[in-house]
Design a protein around this ligand. Structure first.
Ligand SMILES: Cc1ncc(COP(=O)(O)O)c(C=O)c1O
Length: 335
């Protein structure tokens, strides 16, 4: 649906990483420095996936077993999976496109006596559209909860933290910047950065020759080869953004004659709302066009169906999901 653009430039960097015999951290350090600059944050800690980065971010702000974490239901499964990895329960809040502070506040006001203590809020930049974290941070602060921004889809649109304790990006194969699978934790907080590095590198102690660890932790570090590919991709960020923007413009032109075709999110993925989604997707697929639905809301998934949620019906999520349609969006895709 949206294959990445990877070529000579990436190959050159990957070969350099191999010729350095894979042992160094040279590209990881460079990639992290460049990411911090491009994203306007103090610290960038590269990891093996966006999900891993989200897991670590939740641990860093103190999410513990049997607590609850507020998440929107309209997101990719990884958002709630990371909560589950901490032994916590995702609580699904109903929202249309982007979660609002009002929706979270209302959820917390209406569900004050749930047995599990809320320990964090995760806001999602759906389709790369940056959420109003300032508004959500106000709600989070008033409730004494840390806010994490799942910005997995927001590469190229992330310029500075704005209220969240930490944010994560994904470099999965379908993202604007790919490392062939990877992610990063972004933060301005020195303590979170230090803790995130420790938790994602098996909690190795600082000693010149002893190999020791002082707690159970994770091996989530990004490899040097992946970081080399990522660095090459970052250097091509503007070019790839332009290619995506050009494709968005072509879709716009093509849909000019159809009333009310509105695009949601960044041109990273071309997502529109239609009245009869299933029929339109079937017709496009019959014509060999790989259209598909947006991810199914999490409250519908069998393993999450019993989790607490805003209401049985979740009308906002349901209406949005039923109308959203994703079109082929790879930077090399031509229409
Ligand atoms: C909203 C959201 N959160 C988290 C993730 C997880 O990232 P990764 O696939 O790198 O683990 C993704 C996508 O892949 C995503 O779209």
């Amino acid at each position: 649906l949206h294959a990445p653009s990877v070529g000579q430039w990436e190959r050159g960097y990957a070969l350099k990483a191999i010729s350095n015999r894979l042992v160094g951290y040279e590209f990881i350090d460079k990639f992290q420095r460049e990411l911090a600059k491009v994203c306007g944050v103090k610290h960038a800690i590269a990891m093996s996936s966006g999900t891993a980065a989200l897991h670590i971010a939740l641990l860093c702000v103190g999410v513990e077993r049997d607590t609850s974490v507020i998440v929107p239901s309209l997101t990719f499964a990884a958002t709630a999976n990371a909560v589950d990895y901490c032994g916590a329960l995702p609580h699904f809040v109903d929202c249309n496109f982007l979660l609002t502070g009002y929706q979270v506040d209302r959820y917390l006001a209406l569900h004050p006596s749930h047995p599990s203590r809320p320990s964090a809020i995760v806001a999602v930049d759906l389709l790369g559209e940056r959420i109003d974290t300032k508004e959500l941070a106000k709600v989070a602060n008033s409730r004494g909860l840390p806010l994490i921004e799942d910005a997995a889809e927001a590469m190229g649109n992330f310029y500075g933290m704005s209220g969240a304790s930490a944010a994560i990006l994904s470099f999965n194969n379908n993202k604007l910047v790919t490392t062939g699978g990877g992610g990063v934790l972004l933060t301005d907080d020195d303590d979170i950065a230090e803790w995130a590095l420790k938790l994602s590198t098996t909690a190795r102690t600082h000693h010149p020759w002893l190999v020791e660890h002082d707690r159970v932790a994770w091996n989530y570090r990004m490899s040097n080869i992946c970081a080399a590919i990522g660095l090459a991709q970052l250097e091509r960020l503007d070019e790839m953004k332009q290619a995506k923007q050009a494709l968005r413009e072509r879709y716009r032109q093509a849909f000019m004659e159809i009333d009310n075709v509105e695009f949601f999110g960044l041109p990273w993925l071309n997502c529109i709302a239609v009245a009869n989604r299933d029929d339109v997707i079937s017709a496009l697929q019959e014509d060999g066009i790989a259209a598909r639905a947006l991810f199914t809301p999490l409250h519908r998934l069998p393993h999450f169906a019993h989790m607490p949620r805003s209401s049985d019906e979740m009308p906002l999520c349901e209406a949005t999901w039923r109308s959203f349609l994703c079109l082929p969006s790879g930077p090399n895709f031509a229409i």
